[in-house]
Design a protein around this ligand. Sequence first.
Ligand code: GUN
Length: 299
Amino acid sequence: MAERIDGKKIAQEVVTIVKTKTVELLAQKHVKPGLAVVLVGEDAASHTYVSSKARMAEECGFLSVRHKLPADTREEDLVSLIETLNADPAIHGILVQLPLPPHIDSGRIIQLVAPEKDVDGFGFVNVGKLRSGELGSAFLPCTPAGCMLLIERVRGRNLSGLNALVVGRSNIVGKPTANLLLAANCTVTIAHSHTGDLAGFVRNADIVVAATGRPELIKGAWIKPGATVIDVGINRIPAPERGEGKTRLVGDVEYDAAEKIAGAITPVPGGVGPMTIAMLMANTVVSACRAAGLEEPVL
Ligand code: GUN
């Protein structure tokens, strides 16, 4: 049976390191890390995510600022807010929750966030640094960075020569995760909805990162014995066996079957999910350390 990778526990360890560094920043540099989270509109899931992020920032001892704007906010007003936050020395991290309402040009807004405050790592400067292997001064996107930490906890820091398969090519997860695995000297394949013989690629992979948003797309029988499986998917599917109208959460991997073959696997929920917020906190405290000239924490 595979080791069940406990994302909650590992995320808590990251948060503990963040809290320690926050105390040190305040004591030595009189600086409190500041995170501004910007939400436009009424999307229920986004409200939940933003509340969790802001609450965790408070728990870490940060200055936590929430900007909740109505769905009909003008793009120019959002631009002004980002410019104000860029110029505010008390703010070290700016996160604009996606998706934005359709009348706002998300691409323009993402690129307006100052690179040194871009704790989501979505702006071109940070994307380019990751792509070029300049990881030391970049902000890495939170979910991919969390996936790497989970993989390293299982496999150790040396992933050199391992076959890594990333299923999914989004800008938020698939592409940055592939770049991180490449920077770690893995042989990386990116599969996506047009890939033929997905099973064949999965069978050859020592590390599988699944980020497709398609419930249980990856069958347990495809997994290479001993492989490390990181499931980023969170899909709600009908569960009539639990009663009429009931649902349950599943990942992009068929967990019960994969667990019998893999070496280690993340559960859904409780795997990658908790890591995303923890890595956002880590990026924010790193940003504050860079601004204050204090050594960055090592995760
Ligand atoms: N919406 C869904 N995931 C994310 C994320 O990681 N960052 C932001 N800003 N918005 C999101």
